[in-house]
Structures are given as C-alpha cells and as structure tokens.
Design a protein around this ligand. Structure first.
Ligand code: NAP
Length: 261
C-alpha cells in the first residue's frame, strides 16, 4: 500500500527513542523526510549514529520542548531548510507522577509544560506550513486520558487535554483541510517504560501482571503497531476523510470486559 508520504516532511517530537523512534522509522520506510526534535540524551545516541551511517533522510534538531522558544526555533529551522511541513507528530512526554498528594501546584504546572504546552506550541508554529500542504497532525496521548491511573494528576490532565485539543483543532482547521487525530497507547516497551519497570521491586512479575491483563495476545503493544496507525493517519492518500478521531491501539486493554482476562 502506498501511503503517498514520499518526499513529505514530517516532524516527530521525541522521535529518536521509544514510540517516537518507531514513528520515525515507519515514516522513513514510506520515503518521507523526518525531522526529529528532541533532547540529545543517551537513549538517542545509537539511533543518531545509525541514521548518519545509513544516510537516512532524517534530520535531528536538538531542543528541550519544555521551552516554547525552542519549539519556535525548531519549526523555523525546518522551514528554512525544507520549506514545507506535511505532518506533525506530537509525541514527546513522560508520566511523571505528580499526584494530588505528594505534588503541588508548581510541580503540576511544570508537568503541563513537560507534557502539554509543547503540543500546542509545535502546532501553533507549524500551522502556516501545514496550511500550505493541507497537512496532518497526530497527537500521541495515553490510555490514562480515559481510565485514570491514580497519583498522576498532571500527566492525566495533559493527556486528556491532548484529546480535547485533537477535536478542537480538527474543528478549527477544517477550512484548511488539515486533519487532526490522536493515538492512545497503553503499554509499550520503550526506554521510558523500561526505566519505570526497573524501578519496581520485581520487574518481571510486574510485567507479567500487566501483560496477563491485555486481552489480545497477553502481550505489550509494539512501538511499530503505534507507528503503523500514526503513518496511516498522516497519509492524506489513505486517511483523507479521517479527522477528530481518538485511536486506541492497546490490544483491547482499555475497552474490553474485565472478565476476558
Ligand atoms: P521515551 O521512551 O522516553 O521516548 C521519548 C523521547 O522523547 C526520549 O528521547 C525523550 O528524551 C524525548 N523527550 C521527552 N520529553 C522531551 C522534551 N521535553 N524535550 C525534548 N525531548 C523530550 O517515551 P515513550 O514511552 O516512547 O513515550 C512517548 C509518548 O507516548 C509520550 O507522550 C507518552 O506519554 C506516550 N505513552 C507511552 C506509553 C508507553 O507504554 N510507553 C503509554 C501511553 C502513552 P529523554 O530520554 O531525554 O527523556
């Protein structure tokens, strides 16, 4: 299936590790040019080395997305170098456990900068070029937006807001033919997830406890499975009449009857 993404320019925040890396790879496989906007932390080093060694159509723009000025600079740099933006994947973020207890309003606000404000900033700054291309935005949210988890008020607020913004932007951007959708993962093994798992008393037992409750196949979702949905939503050729949707890619974890597991 040709998704029609050849030579399209796609921005992926946090696109050098975990789910974002899977999205980057899926876009590259479709012939797109990808601009990864991310911190240059340890977990992106191997990815960057591979991209350089294989001469992949992948640029890296180092930025801490918590700073809206860094978002603006990233988009300006893409505009200067590529002169177009066809897709934006807002992905970077982390469940940082700022709860009602244990947290405070200052940490809540900081967490919103970590997980929410850059979704708006990136869409805001990319908008003129997305209008020109009649492009597509995909917001990576989380099952936490739908289910609650406990102990993570700020992350839940950010992830829920991403779903609300998906529909708000889908409405606002109708006149420009820009489609906006979100993808909700639940349990995907990424560097972030691994760090969390390894912080538990017995990582293997914790992992089994979780996968035993995932109805389809009793397994984690692959990053590539999140990425496949994301590239489909980026593709005007194949999802040209799909907008304002919240796609839950989680093996039925969020929605199926508990008695099944
Ligand atoms: P990950 O393994 O930490 O990868 C994310 C990448 O983005 C990392 O390279 C990270 O850099 C970078 N990044 C994060 N915040 C950034 C910032 N403010 N500025 C610049 N770079 C930043 O995370 P992941 O598990 O793939 O998660 C990706 C998205 O999926 C997040 O929005 C997360 O909420 C969502 N999600 C994941 C799961 C899951 O099971 N993994 C489930 C539900 C939702 P550092 O390494 O420096 O942090």
């Amino acid at each position: 299936m040709d998704l029609g993404l050849r030579d399209r320019v796609i921005l992926v925040t946090g696109g050098g590790a975990g789910i974002g890396e899977a999205v980057t790879r899926a876009c590259l496989a479709e012939g797109a040019t990808v601009v990864v906007i991310s911190r240059r932390s340890q977990n992106v080093q191997n990815f960057l080395a591979e991209m350089a060694a294989t001469n992949a159509a992948c640029d890296f723009f180092e930025a801490d997305l918590e700073d809206p000025e860094a978002c603006r600079a990233a988009v300006e740099s893409v505009a200067a170098r590529h002169r177009r933006i066809d897709g934006l994947v807002n992905n970077a973020g982390a469940n940082d456990g700022i709860g009602l207890e244990g947290g405070d309003p200052g940490r809540f606000l900081t967490s919103l900068k970590r997980n929410l404000v850059h979704y708006y900033a990136m869409a805001h700054y990319a908008l003129p070029l997305l209008k020109e291309s009649r492009g597509s935005i995909v917001n990576i949210s989380s099952k936490v937006a739908l289910t609650g988890q406990g102990g993570t008020s700020a992350y839940a607020a950010a992830k829920g807001a991403q779903l609300a913004l998906t529909r708000e932007w889908a409405a606002e951007l109708l006149p420009f033919g820009i489609r906006v959708n979100s993808v909700l993962p639940a349990e995907v093994m990424t560097p972030l997830y691994r760090r969390w798992l390894d912080s538990t008393d017995d990582p293997e037992t914790t992992l089994r406890h979780i996968t035993d409750r995932i109805p389809l196949g009793r397994r984690m979702t692959e990053g590539a499975e999140i990425a496949a949905m994301t590239v489909f939503l980026l593709s005007s050729a194949k999802s040209g009449h799909t907008t304002a949707q919240h796609m839950v890619v989680d093996g039925g974890y969020t929605h199926l009857d508990r008695s099944l597991t």
